[in-house]
Design a protein around this ligand. Structure first.
Ligand SMILES: [Zn+2]
Ligand SMILES: [Zn+2]
Length: 424
């Protein structure tokens, strides 16, 4: 299948740092956003790109003359009457015979595994795809949450996302020509088109922990520049051998509440959100790795579990903290609980200390487990760390485990140690 990249460079940028220059010409690390995007397109293996200009199109044309477009055939087209991002893609699609489109919002700085995104999109059979990540500004983002039952929930910015975990569109999409034909009534890709595709079970969501940042406001542009200078960008965007923190949930992020399964009963422990914020800002990815046998035992449904995750996300989000992705084992090996879910009563490969979730993290996110760190409060977490060759940091007021590891009285103390080790 032939693919073409489409860069949406026509936005008015009324909120951007300097509304008199096109957003795509703003520089990070001495390189224009558009050059970063062309480099991403080249890395994705896409030979053709179309830049759609509208507002300030003369300046966009001039900028394109200066770009290094080695390996990418570039066209710049000017949309006479901008009518939303869907129409802009339709307009660009007239200039190519390609059947698949990688669509980049003009104000996104992205360095992520774009090739894998496109390969998985094609394998999914869906006509629309979106790259998602936790948002540092959830109120102002289009939420996209892939549910346990493989449906995807889409909520446009401003809609109440109560009960929905913090995952949002990163402004990078893939569409087929068929998506344009089927959902052509939509105006905006990020909200309307994704919503229609999701309703039709025709949307693939790709969760990325790599570098994807919307630079559409002066604050966000400055923050991207800061990330570039501090090494955060390099750490997050590294294609391979990234080191990560694998974080247990109950007893580590929130207090242990045995036999309590209502989302309102879950409270993030003191200091955890602030410690996570520092890790997020460093560019070290953080993944939750949690056994949730209460699902197999029938104590809570998948839906209730999602609400608990959403509640924790919301508490972390109020400090601008997030976890990059969330892995859970819903299984339990022994039968005999009243109301249990028989199909989840199994000897699975994901229940810690088994390594299934960690291996998924390595594959999904390009993480080197050997240089990574597991933080947890039980022998199951220690066992996982041993099996995957990671260091184990034990959160415990009085350590009862036998083997060699570092012990910390609180999660923030363990997180601070992990941050020091992984950024030194
Ligand atoms: Zn499992
Ligand atoms: Zn210990």
């Amino acid at each position: 299948m032939s693919a073409c990249a489409i860069v949406l460079a026509g936005g008015k940028g009324t909120r951007s740092a300097d509304p008199t220059v096109p957003k795509v010409s703003q520089e990070i690390g001495g390189k224009s956003l558009l050059q970063w995007q062309i480099d991403l397109i080249r890395e994705a293996g896409i030979p053709e790109a179309i830049v759609v200009a509208g507002h300030l199109s003369e300046a966009v044309f001039a900028l394109c003359e200066l770009l290094d477009t080695t390996g990418v055939k570039l066209q710049v087209v000017s949309e006479p009457h901008p009518q939303g991002t869907v129409k802009a893609v339709e307009f660009a699609a007239e200039f190519t015979s390609s059947t698949n489109f990688l669509v980049l919002s003009g104000d996104v700085l992205a360095k992520f595994p774009s090739k894998e995104f496109l390969q998985q999109f094609e394998a999914s059979g869906a006509n629309a795809a979106v790259v998602i990540h936790p948002s540092t500004h959830p109120q102002d983002s289009d939420k996209v949450f892939p549910r346990h039952d493989t449906t995807v929930q889409v909520l446009a910015k401003g809609q109440s996302s109560e009960g929905i975990p913090n995952l949002a569109s990163a402004g990078v999409f893939a569409l087929t020509r068929e998506a344009l034909a089927n959902y052509g009534t939509a105006k905006d890709i990020g909200s309307d088109l994704l919503f229609l595709a999701a309703e039709n079970h025709d949307l693939f969501a790709f969760n990325s922990s790599h570098y994807l940042k919307d630079t559409g406001t002066p604050d966000r542009l400055a923050s991207a520049q800061k990330d570039y200078e501090s090494g955060t960008f390099a750490r997050r965007s590294a294609p391979v051998l990234r080191h990560a923190i694998l974080l247990d949930r109950d007893g580590v992020i929130n207090a242990v509440n045995p036999e309590v399964y209502r989302s309102s009963d879950y409270q993030v422990l003191p200091g955890v959100a602030a410690a996570l914020t520092r890790i997020n800002q460093s560019g070290i990815p953080v993944f939750v790795v949690t056994n949730q046998p209460g699902i197999a035992k029938g104590y809570m449904s998948f839906h209730e579990h999602e609400r608990i995750r959403a509640s924790l996300d919301q508490q972390l989000g109020s400090c601008s903290a997030f976890v990059d992705d969330y892995y859970f084992c819903p299984h339990h090996p022994e039968g005999g609980h009243e109301g249990e879910v028989l199909r989840l009563k199994t000897n699975c490969s994901c229940r810690k200390p088994n390594t299934g979730m960690a291996i998924s993290i390595a594959n999904d996110h390009g993480v080197d487990l050997r240089g990574s760190i597991v933080i947890g409060d039980t022998w199951r977490d220690e066992g996982l760390a041993t099996r995957i060759g990671s260091e184990f940091l034990h959160v415990s007021a009085n350590c009862q485990l036998s083997s060699q590891h570092k012990c910390f009285p609180s999660t923030p103390a363990a997180l601070a140690n992990a941050l020091d080790q992984l950024t030194c």
